[in-house]
Design a protein around this ligand. Structure first.
Ligand code: ADP
Ligand code: MG
Length: 378
């Protein structure tokens, strides 16, 4: 899934209005009826259709035909565009450089601000492979948007940003959080290598202790990383660790806290045994070593990423974990939409009914302010 940064510079206001209208409609529809898009964008339907064709050619939306009506679905390309545009207006991003990582659930790019300071852009891509499989089961999302992969990826970005902020403010070694919008976060570029690429350290015992101390320090503040491994730890030239990537972060009051904690500890022990032939009898245990001193988990909840959102995300992640069969190719997900026959969860109701409902519900999100269309772009 490529990020086409060049596109950002050449979009007309009408195109932007239509793209935003598709995003708004996606809150309630996996496939947004063309008529509805025109209505939200306040364009004549002929005009909207023409622009939708343009957007589809650029892979920002995908056309979907189904039994009840024709419509469009926002693609990751379109969602990327909207997020980048917002963050460039805020000055967090001025230019996009090389891709430095492709995870199963994220893409990572080097970006720069106007002064040329390098930063890291992380685009969350949750559910891009398997979300479609679970949509029938998601009772708890019944009143949520239909394009739930948007919601899920946004939740993941909100979570990562909220944790990074609280950890950074409290002096933990994490990247500096710069900005978050939709499914994207911008953070400081850490000048360090992932532990998985590190083969020589001066004193493995010292690094081992630093990592175990970090696990304990987090737990004393009420947090468990949950994915504390050689891929999510960057090691700088002084052999100090910087922790990244918080998709699984949980509170020490989580029902499975002990399991998560022990798994993090075991992960480091196993890695040190294998890579550095280093083994220590000393390692932290959840019950003994983790008296809580203060509560960053509570601070995170207060910072805008609520407990309810955390629970919702956990539930979805669990389900996705259960289902990750990896059968579909990640790269083709967006293209696949144009031929997707079952992509609509609203088939029970016709377009006119949903249109009425949507018009009452949708247009009041700060993310989705269509008046943005009139201001300058990148
Ligand atoms: P994923 O969720 O896909 O695992 P990560 O946040 O772990 O994504 O990032 C993947 C890779 O990108 C890391 O292993 C690291 O090499 C690089 N990376 C991520 N964030 C930064 C950063 N702030 N500074 C430098 N490199 C980074
Ligand atoms: Mg990672």
């Amino acid at each position: 899934m490529k990020l086409d940064a060049k596109l950002l510079r050449y979009m007309s206001n009408d195109e932007f209005r239509v793209l935003t209208a598709v995003e708004m409609g996606s809150r309630n529809h996996e496939v947004v009826p063309t008529r509805l898009i025109a209505h939200i964008a306040k364009l004549k339907s002929g005009g909207a259709t023409k622009i939708l064709g343009e957007l589809a050619r650029n892979n920002l939306v995908a056309r979907v035909q189904n039994a009840k009506y024709d419509g469009y679905r926002l693609t990751y390309g379109g969602y990327d565009y909207l997020a980048l545009r917002t963050m460039s207006k805020r000055g967090a991003i001025h230019s996009v450089g090389n891709q430095i990582g492709v995870g199963k659930e994220s893409d990572i790019y080097i970006v720069a601000d106007e002064e040329g300071n390098q930063r890291v852009l992380k685009l969350h891509r949750l559910g891009r492979t398997s979300f479609r499989n679970i949509k029938e089961k998601r009772d708890y999302l019944r009143n949520r948007n239909a394009g739930s992969w948007l919601y899920l990826s946004r939740l993941a970005a909100m979570k990562e940003y909220a944790f990074m902020k609280v950890l950074h403010e409290n002096g933990y070694p994490v990247p500096e959080p710069v900005d978050q919008n939709r499914h994207c976060i911008v953070m400081g570029l850490v000048d360090a290598y992932p532990l998985c690429q590190v083969h020589d350290v001066e004193d493995p015992g010292k690094l081992y202790s630093a990592l175990m101390n970090l696990i304990v320090r987090l737990a004393c503040a009420g947090l468990i990383h949950g994915d504390f491994n050689e891929f999510n730890l960057l090691i700088n030239d002084r052999d100090e660790p910087i922790l990244i990537d918080f998709p699984q972060m949980v509170s020490t009051s989580h029902r499975n806290a002990e399991m998560y904690f022990n798994r993090d500890v075991d992960c480091i022990r196993a890695f040190f045994r294998k890579r550095f032939h280093y083994e220590s009898k000393l390692y932290p245990k959840f019950t003994r070593d983790t008296e809580r001193e203060f509560s960053l988990d509570v601070e995170v909840a207060a910072s805008g990423f609520t407990k309810k959102q955390q629970e919702e995300l956990e539930k979805l992640q669990e389900e996705l974990g259960d289902q990750s069969d990896d059968s579909g190719s990640e790269e083709t997900d967006d293209e696949e939409a144009s031929t997707d026959e079952d992509g609509d969860v609203e088939t029970e109701r016709d377009a006119a009914t949903v249109e009425d409902e949507l018009l009452q519900e949708v247009p009041s999100s700060d993310n989705l302010d269509i008046s943005e269309a009139d201001s300058q772009h990148l």
